[in-house]
Ligand binder design. Structure first.
Ligand code: PBG
Length: 327
């Protein structure tokens, strides 16, 4: 054997696009993408979200169109967020049978049936005047167990309006169990729960709070969302949610927490979901707008990386665009 010629040459399989495609370990397809959408009550035209170019607060009609386009592109699911016209301390619009999300759910189910999985975010922050994910005690702290009762009621409203998968995102202890019990007690044992099991107190949610108009008026979410410094408690949260009846578990955000996505993937045998959140979207859009990165390549790389880390399903604001590109 000559020392001049290496026998092993990893470059051989990287030589052409066809070879690279043949040996790719991770593939992206539209079916595993979920598009988060915002629907706002009382507007007559879709409103662009300034910090998320290409993302809109929809009217019921413009949402129907966006949902139709996503379904046509083969996107696997949609997750609905509502922005009500009136907010109050209890977040009453969240479980109003005629609340904006419930209306939009009925629209989408009647337009699309089961052509795309219609899911709902289940939380209170978009509906409360103080912007917190739960109801407050007299001293202004989030009352975990009183909030669970509100979540149970929202679960029923969403299930009755046609949501196929509920995504409790408030990080209250016991939220999956409370929702599961309410659903089962009302004959909705076929409605699935996607736990936002691992949700960090993240600065990457900044642009979302403009889109959903849900920035807390005081304080922050650090008393219920996880500390970015911690990894071990993620598994504890995941197993609690599975014990309480979660059908899928989520890690959120995605890009800065790929180590957590992998740890969860290795620990469970249910679908693992990762949420590429608003700040991840905004950073790539902003840098691309400045001409500092290649927009399309960066988007695709970010998504392949989330899948490579172990996510089966990815929530991304680029779902429709990427699904079209993959087609
Ligand atoms: C809470 C919720 C948030 C997001 C999804 N659900 C905001 C928060 O916890 O403050 C953030 C999603 C994103 O940033 O894209 N209802």
């Amino acid at each position: 054997m000559s020392a001049q010629f290496p026998a092993a040459r990893p470059r051989r399989l990287r030589r052409t696009p066809a070879l690279r495609r043949l040996v790719a370990e991770t593939r992206l397809s539209p079916a595993e993408l979920v598009l988060p959408v915002f629907v706002k009550e009382g507007i007559s035209e879709a409103q662009p979200v300034a910090s998320m170019p290409g993302v809109f607060q929809h009217t019921r009609d413009s949402l129907r169109k966006a949902a139709h386009e996503a379904a046509e592109a083969g996107v696997g699911g949609l997750i609905l967020f509502g922005v009500p016209a009136v907010k109050d301390g209890a977040g009453s619009a969240a479980d109003d049978p005629d609340g904006i999300v419930q209306q939009a759910l009925r629209d989408l189910r009647s337009d699309l049936g089961d052509a795309i999985v219609v899911m709902t975010d289940l939380c209170l922050d978009e509906y409360t005047d103080h912007g917190h994910c739960g109801v407050l005690t007299a001293s202004g702290e989030i009352d975990n167990d009183a909030t669970l009762e509100r979540y149970a009621s929202i679960a029923l409203a969403q299930a009755e309006a046609g949501s196929a998968v509920l995504g409790p995102s408030g990080m209250m202890d016991g939220q999956v169990g409370a929702i599961r019990e309410a659903l089962d007690g009302a004959g909705h044992s076929d409605i699935a729960i996607m736990g936002y099991s691992v949700k960090y107190a993240s600065a990457y949610y900044g642009p979302f709070r403009e889109a959903a108009e849900c920035a807390p008026r005081f304080g922050d979410r650090a008393t219920h969302q996880q500390d970015p410094a911690n990894a071990d408690e993620s598994l504890r949260e995941v197993f609690l949610d599975l014990d309480e009846g979660a059908d899928m578990v989520m890690v959120k955000p995605a890009g800065a927490y790929l180590d957590i996505v992998r740890r969860v993937r290795d620990a469970v045998d249910v679908p693992v979901v990762a949420y590429q959140v608003s700040g991840e979207y905004a950073m790539i859009e902003a840098a691309a707008e400045k001409g500092w990165i290649d927009r399309e390549r960066t988007i695709m790389e970010s998504l392949v990386s989330i899948r490579r880390a172990g996510a089966d399903i990815v929530l991304t604001y680029w779902a429709t665009e990427v699904a079209r590109r993959l087609a």
